[in-house]
Design a binder for this molecule. Structure first.
Ligand code: HEM
Length: 501
């Protein structure tokens, strides 16, 4: 790949044809960018040296808070093309015609580590997709795993604290990681997934993406359906063993970024096929487990995959900070025809993302080119705040309703209303009587080949055997025993063997 393919080609505000003069931020020519202005040859400095002051001050402000989770990421632009008719389930305009294409932006990420970490680590991967639709931006903020560790958002900050760096040691600590899981039996399914072969994808191109939550679709007739999204990679699934991953990290900590960037620069555009599982809304109440439980999958035998379309990535961002670091995805960005389900985790996320982005990027982050709608324009009465680039013209009123033909509400609901019942309060009991934290973990284990089981057991034992407290080990072992007798027995034997060494 030509090295200069990655160089910035067009300088701000100037054509490549004109002489490129270095200027201050206010556009004044800079006479000397190598020597500070001083009183005499040996100094001291002169405070009148605007280039020096501005350069140092500007540099001090280059970093912004990193994402509190999913800090490391890579992204690319592309498009989504509808291949199958799904209008019997949703009125979403971007899905209403076979062949219709919508521009997209997809950011992949690891979850736990900070910006300075490595790509090829055992961790779920984020799969955050922005559709720039004619009805505004639709964000589907998912992972490469169909399930998650917890099912109540009130546990999320504690969960993340236990997986990120310990405040004293400054490192991820097996004691914390496994202590949280010891107290979260509902994590057993996702832990089995994470410690298995798919726990370390070989690249972002070689993994699936999932919406993970259940969402609601509503069709033109107002009928509601619950759906789960599956983006299946067309590159095939490729994973790394723990040993292979350690080698990759040693050679290139940014291996996933390198792979994605280079593939797209070479024109090898990765793609995924989107399928959905569709449950008519009326079936949710009597389904044999809670269909809004994020720790569970819906068996395909109950709700088969239905093809929707194709996602292709074909363009790298020009600038990582402007477009990737400043990108903002929120599960609360829906378009008509698609809404939230009652999933408690999803409901918690509807608050968390835009709140994080108002802190991380500021209240006007939706005006940044990567975040602004592309196939329509945002028109509302939000005004002012830091960096208010869009504030209305002298003819625009800043209140609504008004008598001046300003933007007005449509009165159309985004989706069918959801019936609810019951008492307010904190409810520890599962919503469905047949809920159980272990059966799907056991099913996943039993689906694995003998070699896969051996690698899974070795990965779990490698981490769990490092835990200092025997009671934490016991609690975790109990979860694997509850999932499957053979699974529990093997993990227990492997942990004991490693601790005796
Ligand atoms: C209650 C549970 C959760 C909370 C409170 C939460 C909160 C957050 C926050 C605050 C961010 C940073 C946002 C930003 O600064 O732009 C984030 C990023 C992210 N989260 Fe979650 N999260 C939760 C669960 C999940 C789940 C279940 C998934 C996947 C199914 C997920 C996928 C992601 C992804 C992919 C990103 C990175 C988005 C990007 O690329 O910018 N999160 N989360």
């Amino acid at each position: 790949m030509a090295e200069n393919a990655f160089r910035q080609q067009i300088p701000y505000g100037r054509s490549t044809m004109s002489k490129r003069v270095l200027t201050t931020e206010s556009g004044a020519p800079v006479a000397d960018n190598q020597n500070s202005a001083t009183a005499g040859v040996g100094g001291p400095l002169l405070i009148q040296d605007q280039q020096l002051l501005e350069k140092l001050a500007r540099f001090n402000r280059e970093r912004i808070p990193e994402r509190v989770v999913h800090a490391r990421g890579s992204a690319a632009y592309g498009y989504f093309e509808v291949t199958d008719d799904v209008t019997r389930w949703t009125s979403a305009k971007f899905l209403n015609t076979v062949g219709k294409k919508t521009e997209t932006f997809l950011r992949f990420s690891t979850v736990a580590d900070s910006l300075g970490g490595a790509d090829a680590v055992r961790d779920p991967r984020g799969f955050a997709l922005k559709f720039y639709t004619e009805d505004g931006n639709y964000d589907l903020v998912g992972n490469n795993t169909p399930v998650f560790f917890i099912k109540d958002p009130i546990k999320f900050p504690d969960f993340i604290h236990s997986q990120k760096r310990d405040p004293f040691t400054g490192k991820q600590e097996p004691d914390n990681v496994w202590d949280f899981w010891a107290h979260a039996p509902e994590a057993t399914h996702q832990v089995t997934w994470l410690m298995g072969d798919r726990g370390i994808p070989a690249s972002y191109r070689h993994m699936n993406g999932y919406g993970s939550h259940t969402y609601q679709w509503t069709n033109e007739a107002g009928e509601a359906f619950f759906v789960k999204y599956h983006f299946k990679t067309n590159q095939g699934i490729r994973c790394l063993s723990s040993e292979q991953a350690a080698e990759v990290v040693g050679k290139d900590a940014n291996s996933h970024q390198t792979d994605l960037l280079q593939a797209i620069e070479r024109g090898v555009n990765p793609s995924w096929t989107l399928y959905v599982q569709v449950m008519p809304a009326a079936e949710a109440a009597d389904y044999r487990f809670n269909p809004f439980d994020l720790t569970k999958v819906w068996p395909h035998s109950d709700y088969p995959l239905q093809r929707v379309g194709r996602l292709v990535l074909d363009r790298n961002p020009d600038n990582v900070f402007a477009e990737v670091e400043q990108s903002a995805f929120s599960p609360n960005n829906f378009v008509p025809g698609i809404t939230a389900s009652p999933d408690k985790m999803l409901q918690g996320r509807l608050f968390a993302y835009a709140d994080a982005q108002r802190y991380r990027l500021g209240v006007n982050h939706t005006l940044l080119p990567v975040n602004a709608p592309k196939a329509t324009t945002a028109q509302n009465y939000g005004r002012d705040g830091a960096m208010a680039l869009r504030n209305g013209s002298r003819h625009d009123k800043n209140y609504e309703p008004n008598s001046y033909k300003g933007p007005a509400e449509t009165g159309d609901a985004l989706g069918a209303p959801l019936a609810v019942s019951g008492h307010t309060g904190t409810h520890a009991a599962p919503a469905h009587t047949k809920d159980d934290d272990f059966f799907q973990a056991g099913e996943l284990y039993r689906l694995m080949s003998e070699e896969e089981k051996q690698r899974l057991v070795a990965n779990i034992a490698g981490g769990l055997s490092q835990v200092s407290r025997e009671d934490v080990i016991e609690k975790n072992l109990a979860h694997f025993h509850a999932a499957d007798a053979d699974y529990g027995k093997r993990v227990e034997e492997a942990v004991r063997a490693l601790r005796e060494d």
